[in-house]
Design a protein around this ligand. Sequence first.
Ligand code: 3HC
Length: 280
Amino acid sequence: MKTIGVIGAGQMGSGIAQVAAVSGYSVLLYDAFPGVAAKALSRIQAGLEKQVDKGRMTLAACDAAVAAITVADTLEQAAQAELVVEAAIEKAELKKELFAALDKAAGPDTILASNTSSISLTEIASATGRADKVIGMHFFNPAPVMKLVEVIKGYSTSQDTIDAIMAVVEKMGKISVLALDKAGFIVNRALDPMLNEAIFMLEEGVGTVEDIDNAMKYGCNHPMGPLALTDLIGLDVILAVMEVLYREYGDSKYRPAPLLRKMVRAGKLGKKTGEGFYKY
Ligand code: 3HC
């Protein structure tokens, strides 16, 4: 594989594009909103230049990675790759529409991957005529830093597709784990109920934002507290995952915290909107 298409140039899509470019792939970066992919490319360049300043990367490697990313003007252009990784917003209908369009535009051997954190890969694959070549490639935020990629096998994903993706993950210098297509996969099924519980505790007045975060930071050695992490990931993303867990397993332990829902309705989505549990 030489070229990777990335669909969606938000937080995750731009991180994935950066990881792919730094690992030696050519990248076609597309976002449906005009100008967003070009802005993401500038952000990637600025981030890589900081790595050069810190002496962690050579200027030549930085320039090569930036030059490896092309902003694609259309989805069809971005589909001209051996692997396409979709990182659009978490809406099943939208992802299915995107995959149907990618299926039409891409060559017959192209693997179509989704970075979904909560939507069934089997359902996404049903929008294509190549379910054996549809797979989950779930990166973690911030993608350039976090080591893990969860590889998710849909109902019809072939072993050849899994092997090809495992090789890409290895070339990216990341660790892979294989998960079945069950809601939340591995990480979000374990992590998000903990984040949701922290929000319940805040609502009940068990502790302040700072105390809840400090408790988990210094009591459990987590790199950041659950409320700060929810701000980093995005409250809308956590709500979407909790809703899927609640619906799919039908267990009240996954009920989204009412405060989470209220803050999403108020547009307080965390770092990306300038305010969540903290102000940025
Ligand atoms: N993009 C690129 N690099 C970043 C970054 C970003 N958004 N944020 C931090 N970094 C880099 C910094 O540049 C720094 O790199 P350097 O060592 O080369 O200088 C390094 O990460 C460490 O950053 P800082 O010194 O600023 O801060 P910390 O040491 O506190 O690390 C952190 C920041 C890596 C975000 C750390 O706090 C952490 O690991 N937090 C937990 C993150 C986590 O759990 N993510 C998973 C979320 S779940 C998910 O994404 C799934 C989804 O489906 C919901």
